[in-house]
Design a protein around this ligand. Structure first.
Ligand SMILES: Cc1cc2nc3c(=O)[nH]c(=O)nc-3n(C[C@H](O)[C@H](O)[C@H](O)COP(=O)(O)OP(=O)(O)OC[C@H]3O[C@@H](n4cnc5c(N)ncnc54)[C@H](O)[C@@H]3O)c2cc1C
Length: 511
């Protein structure tokens, strides 16, 4: 008898989505993540939940329809983390003709027939706030609806849900060996301790490491795939309106400029083949210049490489490393030989279809174990139990209950935690009840919540993944946070990171 029904290597969006789906269908699940959840490619997505106009342009109508249906599901199950926005494509005389854009967006709306989001419209930007940030020659823009997601928090929310449904989520736990017979026998270095874990099936969802995990840990023939990287830049806020600009670049690619954490703008993406250590992927100066040039074709205010506050890069395996599309599309293979425990390999793919991808992945295991039917399209992610149209009402409600919260602060907290905010702030009546402050935005109550409920162990886990407060934090505040976290006991009773139970026994590993 194996300890678990399903073991998953990798705590990126693919791994945690599969953990959530499988745990909710009644499987005994363990997930091993060598670092922090969502610390690799999943933190570097373009943060879009969309049908993807680039796919529409290639006539992938079925795929666009599927992705738009998923967009609706995200709005229903994660209204705090996935938010509708108006996207605006300024018409450029050297790029796609206006009739083509108008027709494309008309079709896009038809493919999203049940969304409830406002349809496409033509805007005279000479008399519209959308035009304020744009260079003078732009007279017309095409507006349409799509969504923006907090990609890192989607990873965490999936992991929290998986854990609440019984999954054993382990961070700082690296799988170092896997032996296959009728069950899998895995060896992991779990926070410095060697452990052996047995499971009836294995998922390799290790992102850019998928090929090396397959070759060196699972000892399988090499995968024919390469690694692609994606990068974006963060600059100070370039426009006041709450919309996403979509710029047609001279190479026909679409470049997105989105509001980012209130005071910043995120511009992306650029991608190419990557060689090297996926844990140390960084953005080349030429890529930074490419995105600045793309923005400077449209924005009145110039963006120089020296204005870049942060670069965001991630790498993932791609069946065709010459094509960014292949990384976005992702891949899944299922190996179920006789008398061998099944192995599912999954990598890449976009945020929009990650829920569906996980559902399909877990469904491949149905011949092997009894499990309950698909469920993830109906059940809200933790904190997402309200209608997306009531987001502002949730913010107002939070401000009524915790009167010391400012508007922007309440927006951030509801956007990150949804209705789970109550578990963090409890009956606090004023700021003093929230413990020490690490800068104007981060309180001891939030730090403690993230350490006890969301596996945060180090300052970066909080400042760059569970929030983006690192953008505004001073080094003195960072040091105070580090000292506070070092003193806080991660072994508290309800700390998910401290849960090391189940049937797993420490055992020396013979090599
Ligand atoms: C080139 C490129 C293009 C992209 N385009 C899009 C796009 O258009 N739209 C979009 O939404 N997203 C895009 N993305 C991002 C996409 O969101 C992610 O690829 C997706 O979230 C899936 O990530 P993952 O789970 O496969 O990998 P990751 O997030 O990288 O997760 C893999 C995890 O496995 C862990 N791991 C590795 N080895 C081990 C081990 N031995 N033991 C334990 N843990 C291990 C790693 O630490 C890592 O956290 C793109 C990404 C890339 C690289």
């Amino acid at each position: 008898m194996a300890d678990y029904d399903l073991a998953i290597i990798g705590g990126g969006l693919n791994g945690v989505s599969i953990a959530r789906d499988a745990a909710g269908r009644g499987l005994r699940v363990i997930l091993l993540e060598q670092g922090d959840l969502g610390s690799a490619a999943s933190a570097a997505s373009p943060r879009l939940v969309h049908g993807d106009l680039a796919v529409l342009e290639r006539r992938g109508f079925g795929r666009v329809r599927t992705a738009l249906a998923e967009r609706d599901i995200w709005l229903r199950i994660a209204p705090h983390l996935v938010r509708p926005m108006r996207f605006a494509i300024p018409a450029h005389s050297d790029e796609r003709p206006p009739w083509l854009l108008r027709t494309g967006l008309w079709l896009y709306d038809r493919l999203a027939s049940r969304s409830g989001l406002p349809g496409a419209a033509t805007v005279d930007v000479t008399h519209h706030p959308l035009g304020n940030a744009l260079k003078r020659p732009f007279g017309t823009a095409f507006e349409y609806s799509d969504c923006v997601a907090d990609d890192s928090r989607l990873v965490i929310a999936n992991a929290v849900d998986a854990a609440e449904r019984g999954a054993d989520i382990r961070t700082g736990a690296r799988c170092v060996r896997a032996d296959r017979s009728e069950i899998w026998r895995l060896a992991a270095i779990d926070r410095g301790r060697r452990q052996v874990i047995t499971a009836r099936a294995l998922v390799n969802a290790s992102g850019a490491w998928t090929a090396s995990v397959a070759e060196t840990i699972l000892r399988l023939p090499p995968l024919r795939a390469g690694v692609m990287q994606i990068s974006q830049i963060v600059v100070r806020r370039l426009f006041e309106t709450d919309n996403v600009y979509v710029f047609q670049n001279s190479d026909r690619r679409l470049i997105f400029a989105s509001p980012y954490e209130r005071d910043f703008t995120l511009i992306g993406t650029v991608g190419h083949a990557f060689k090297g250590n996926p844990a140390a992927v960084s953005m080349a100066a030429a890529d930074v210049a490419y995105l600045c040039d793309a923005a400077n074709r449209y924005f009145r205010e110039r963006v120089e490489p020296s204005d870049v506050i942060r670069t965001i890069s991630g790498a993932n395996l791609s069946l065709d490393p010459a094509s960014r599309r292949a990384a976005r599309d992702g891949a899944m293979t299922f190996d179920a030989r006789r008398r061998k425990a099944p192995l599912l390999t999954i990598f890449g793919g976009d945020v929009t279809t990650s829920r569906l991808r996980a559902e399909r992945a877990v469904s491949k295991l149905t011949p092997f174990y009894p499990m309950s039917p698909r469920w993830t399209a109906q059940a809200p992610l933790p904190g997402g139990d309200f209608a997306w149209a009531r987001f502002d009402a949730e913010v107002d409600r939070a401000r009524e209950r915790w009167r010391f919260l400012g508007e922007a602060e309440a927006q951030r907290l509801v956007g990150a935690y949804g209705s789970r905010l109550a578990a963090m702030l409890g009956d606090a009546r004023d700021r003093a009840d929230l413990g020490p402050a690490f800068g104007p935005a981060l309180t001891g109550a939030e730090v403690r919540y993230l350490m006890t409920k969301e596996w945060a162990r180090f300052p970066d886990d909080i400042l760059w993944r569970r929030s983006k407060l690192g953008l505004t934090m001073t080094s003195a505040e960072h040091d105070a946070l580090a000292a506070y976290m070092a003193k806080a006991t991660p072994g508290g009773a309800d700390n998910p990171g401290a849960t090391r139970g189940g049937t797993v026994e420490p055992e020396p590993i013979r090599r």
